[in-house]
Design a protein around this ligand. Structure first.
Ligand SMILES: Nc1ncnc2c1ncn2[C@@H]1O[C@H](COP(=O)(O)OP(=O)(O)OP(=O)(O)O)[C@@H](O)[C@H]1O
Length: 228
């Protein structure tokens, strides 16, 4: 069963208004377990819009969107929230980390939001994840005091907290220097290879795109796939 399946996804903003615009004109995409896929396309083409739909943060205007076989059109908001928490991890450029909280507390956040208790087991799991991204020594530091690359590593650890099948990353290396960008990308690739987690990564960087299994592009509201 694919991790992600999109059939004829459309998105119209401001429907019925004079400024109505259809940004996505029928997107088809199937992503299998363990695939690492780049999502590219010009500025304003609709990449973030598409990622928001796949991340169940917004609903398509038409089409079918399945996550791990679950037809999301049949779910109410509570059902979407549950599926999102269980199946999807997010790594965004402006990481949505809480700067005053420690690295450990930030990585515990998804489990806390899912109703877990902040017990020794949860702390141990968060500490293990921070070790995995090379930040064991920084676990008690406020995230706001870490470098951009270190913060993005915390974001990767946090995305892994609920063992998602799919990680969505929106320009995860966009604000990093070349060395930090390469390190964060390599980390995501390691996770992908070790755990079989699927990744869909928005990037403007053709260098990173070339290191993915596949590249798909939003062009004029449709998705086209680069030749393998
Ligand atoms: N909430 C909204 N209401 C109206 N229009 C929107 C909304 N969100 C996005 N758009 C429009 O949809 C189009 C696609 O935007 P989107 O942010 O998805 O592009 P993008 O490919 O991610 O761009 P970039 O690479 O610059 O981040 C743009 O024309 C944008 O103005």
């Amino acid at each position: 069963m694919p991790v992600l399946q999109l059939d004829g996804i459309r998105k119209t903003f401001n429907p019925g208004q004079p400024n109505e615009t259809e940004v996505l004109h029928g997107i088809d995409l199937t992503l299998h377990r363990g695939e690492f896929c780049a999502l590219m396309g010009p500025s304003g083409s609709g990449k973030s819009t598409l990622l928001n739909l796949i991340g169940l943060l917004d609903r398509p205007s038409a089409g079918r969107l399945l996550i791990e076989g679950h037809d999301t059109g049949a779910l109410d908001d509570a059902g979407l929230t549950r599926l999102r928490g269980r199946s999807i991890g997010f790594v965004f450029q402006y990481h949505h980390l809480i700067g005053a909280f420690s690295a450990l507390e930030n990585v515990m956040m998804p489990a806390l939001l899912a109703g877990g208790r902040p017990d020794a087991a949860m702390r141990a799991r968060a500490a293990e994840l921070l070790g995995r991204v090379g930040l064991a020594a920084k676990r008690d530091q406020p995230v706001g005091s870490l470098s951009g690359g270190q913060q993005q590593r915390v974001a990767v650890a946090r995305a892994l907290a609920m063992r998602p099948a799919l990680i969505l990353a929106d320009e995860p290396t966009g604000n990093l220097d070349t060395k930090s960008a390469d390190d964060v990308f390599a980390l995501m690739r390691d996770v992908n290879r070790a755990d079989g987690t699927s990744f869909l990564v928005v990037t403007h960087d053709p260098r990173l795109g070339a290191r993915c299994d596949r590249t798909v592009r939003v062009v004029d509201g449709k998705l086209v796939e680069d030749a393998a």
